[in-house]
Each structure stands twice: as structure tokens, then as C-alpha cells.
Design a protein around this ligand. Structure first.
Ligand code: SF4
Length: 383
């Protein structure tokens, strides 16, 4: 078993209208302080005996940190944990923030995978989302990244925006594919409570996204991505064969990961936990810890609980079903939980098979094509 590390860097220049992540604007002066607290937190968690094979710098906007700060954080990871021989190290990048020199520096620091928040190729959609970059900034940053030696590049897109037309989505997907990404994430917009976009919809200023249109957009985008040589391996993710995101697979395969930084989540040794989301409290808690706590917690962990076996089985299926090719590994399920899936959930299996929402062979349980858009509803049968 190998481990993954997630480092949350919660600083953003502006707050995108759809975003419900734990982020802070107008707090950039705290970045040096935050990096020191994060370093302390990284060294204060008991390191597992198994190696770490992926590190993910997410946010927030990690590209608001200077390359020297990224280098410092990755060196701290190297010192505090045993890394595998060829770790995947991903960093989220905001188009328009960085130039070739920046991209060269982070590559030298060890970053070998970029996740670029493109979201749309259309200026009016970017304005609706309050994204602070132009459509052109995406192709510019990809060109600069390739010149800087980056060979593993992922793009993020969002569909199902209020008033988004099929033609607009077609333009975005075609533009994204013309940039030849190694990996593509396409997420349906979720109107999360409390976001500016949700408030506009609730007040009637914008229509609800059209769910039927969303389904058409999703299916069309899947076939376009396939024609471009990208294989769908997860409900919202496509990749060139062999370029799937190892870090996210860790989550979907129900493998352990340690979370660091304000609002990060972790799951290891059967314990699920959240790190203090409030920025100033996080700085106090993580920055002042001097003694180690039992694995996997740091002094900045505010909520933690042991997952019981029944809950773990449900979560295992929930995340596993998201992997549309790999599905739920039935042998691994039985090895982990000491019971065959068919024995643990006979009624759910019978119901879903009869409704043609899952397929079952000797080794794997998978969603059928028609179930991909309602995967959460399918998984609920096991929770
Ligand atoms: S840049 Fe990313 S994390 Fe920051 S507000 Fe926008 S969507 Fe959220």
C-alpha cells in the first residue's frame, strides 16, 4: 500500500462565483506564515512506513505561491516522508498567473503534472464565473508549460452553466481538445449553497441549469474526447491511456491519503479527519505544534472519527463505482472486509442489476453507460 499527500493552499485573488471551497481572498500577505505552518504540520504528523507515491498541491490557487515556496514545501515532504522512486507531483495552475520562468522553476522543484483551470473558452462564460483570465491565457500557459519541459498537462472544464448553449459547450470542448491535453476533467456545475452564482439563480436572476441539456452535453463531450484519443476512466475524467491521475485514483481506490493545510481532509488507518478550516486558527494550531500525536493526526485536525466497517464498505463502493473502466474490484473488496460483496449487499445488487444500472462479472462491478449520470443515486443503495 502506498500513501498520498494533499496540501491545501487556500489563497485566491478573487472568489469565483460558483466556488464553495475553503478559500481566502485578500489574505496573500499571510502566505509566508502559512508556508511555515504547513511545513510544521508536515513534519509533525507521524510518517507512515509505506512510501508516498503522489503529492497534490491544490487550492485555492497554488500558483499564487512563489516557486521558492513551492520548492520549500516539496523539500519538506521529501525530508519528512519516504517518497516512491517516481512520485506524481501535481500542482493546480490558474491561467494568466504564471510565465515560462515560473513553470521552469516549479518543474525544477519537482512538480511533474499541471492541472490548469480552463473552465470555458468563452469570455462571457468566464465573466459569469468571475474567472480572472482570458480564453487566450490557457493556450499561452500550455505553450509556456511545454517549453518549460512539462509533459503531463490536465485541463478542467465546467458544463451546465445557466443559459449555456450546446454550441457554446461545443466550442469550449473543441478548443480544449485542440490544445492536446494529456488529461481532461469535465465537471457538471453544482450549485453549491451560499455561492454568488447560486444566489443569483435563487433570486431568479439566472435560470436553473437545464438537466436534459447537461446530459446531452456530457454524452457528446465523452464521444468527442474519445475521438481525440482520451479514454474515460472516471465519471468526470478522461486521459490518454497511461496518463490517468494517480493521485485522484488513490481516492477512488479507497487508498489512504494525508491532508495538510486549512480545511484539508485526510483518510488513513481507517480514520477520516478534517484540518481546521479557519485560516488564523489553522496558523496558530499548525504553527505551534511541538509534539507528535497518534497517526494520522496533527494538532490542527479538528474533526476525526474512525469509520466503521459497514460505512467503509459503502464508501468503498461509492468511490469505486466512479471508475467507469475499473469499477469495484470484488476480490479486493472481499480481502479488505472479509465478506463477498454479493453477501454484504444482496438486495441492492439484485435491484440495480434488474434496473440495468450495474454490470457484474467475476471480478468487477461497474456502472452501465446509462447509470453514469446518476452514479450518486446508484451508490446510495450501498450506503
Ligand atoms: S480559483 Fe479555484 S479555488 Fe479559487 S475561487 Fe476560483 S474556483 Fe475557487
Amino acid at each position: 500500500m502506498q500513501y498520498s499527500l494533499y496540501l491545501h493552499l487556500p489563497f485566491c485573488a478573487i472568489h469565483c462565483t460558483y466556488c464553495a471551497f475553503n478559500i481566502f481572498t485578500r489574505a496573500q500577505k499571510l502566505i509566508p506564515h502559512y508556508v511555515r505552518a504547513l511545513q510544521n504540520e508536515l513534519t509533525m504528523v507521524q510518517p507512515p512506513s509505506e512510501p508516498v507515491h503522489t503529492i497534490y498541491l491544490g487550492g485555492g490557487t497554488p500558483s499564487l505561491l512563489a516557486p521558492t515556496q513551492i520548492d520549500t514545501l516539496l523539500k519538506t515532504c521529501q525530508r519528512a516522508y519516504t517518497l516512491s522512486r517516481d512520485p506524481e507531483i501535481t500542482m493546480e495552475i490558474n491561467p494568466g498567473d504564471v510565465d515560462q520562468g515560473y513553470l521552469e522553476s516549479i518543474r525544477e522543484a519537482g512538480v511533474n503534472r499541471l492541472s490548469i483551470g480552463m473552465q470555458s473558452a468563452l469570455p462571457d462564460e468566464l465573466r459569469l464565473m468571475a474567472r480572472d483570465h482570458t480564453p487566450q491565457a490557457v493556450s499561452q500557459v500550455i505553450t509556456a508549460a511545454r517549453k518549460a519541459g512539462h509533459t503531463n498537462i490536465s485541463l478542467d472544464l465546467i458544463f451546465g452553466l445557466p443559459r449555456q448553449s450546446f454550441a457554446a459547450w461545443r466550442t469550449t470542448v473543441r478548443e480544449a481538445l485542440s490544445l492536446q491535453p494529456d488529461h481532461l476533467s469535465m465537471y457538471a456545475l453544482e450549485l453549491e449553497a451560499g455561492t454568488a452564482l447560486t444566489r443569483r439563480v435563487e433570486r431568479g436572476g439566472l435560470p436553473q441549469p437545464d438537466q436534459d441539456l447537461c446530459a446531452e452535453m456530457y454524452q457528446w463531450a465523452d464521444s468527442e474526447a474519445k475521438q481525440a484519443g482520451l479514454i474515460q476512466y472516471e465519471i468526470s475524467n478522461w486521459a490518454r491511456p497511461g496518463w490517468e491521475c494517480r493521485h485522484n485514483r488513490q481516492y477512488w481506490r479507497y487508498q489512504p491519503y494525508l491532508g495538510f493545510g486549512a480545511g484539508a481532509h485526510g483518510f488513513a488507518a481507517g480514520v477520516r479527519y478534517e484540518v481546521m478550516p479557519d485560516l488564523r486558527r489553522y496558523l496558530e494550531l499548525a504553527g505551534s505544534q511541538r509534539e507528535r500525536l497518534p497517526f494520522p493526526l496533527s494538532a490542527a485536525a479538528v474533526q476525526s472519527r474512525q469509520i466503521d466497517p459497514l460505512e467503509a464498505m459503502g464508501e468503498y463502493i461509492f468511490t469505486g463505482l466512479r471508475q467507469v473502466q475499473e469499477g469495484v474490484n470484488l476480490r479486493d473488496f472481499e480481502a479488505r472486509f472479509g465478506i463477498a460483496l454479493a453477501e454484504a449487499f444482496p438486495k441492492a445488487l439484485a435491484k440495480l442489476l434488474q434496473s440495468d444500472l450495474i454490470t457484474l462479472d467475476q471480478d468487477r462491478m461497474r456502472l452501465t453507460d446509462q447509470a453514469r449520470l446518476i452514479s450518486n443515486r446508484v451508490s446510495l443503495e450501498f450506503l
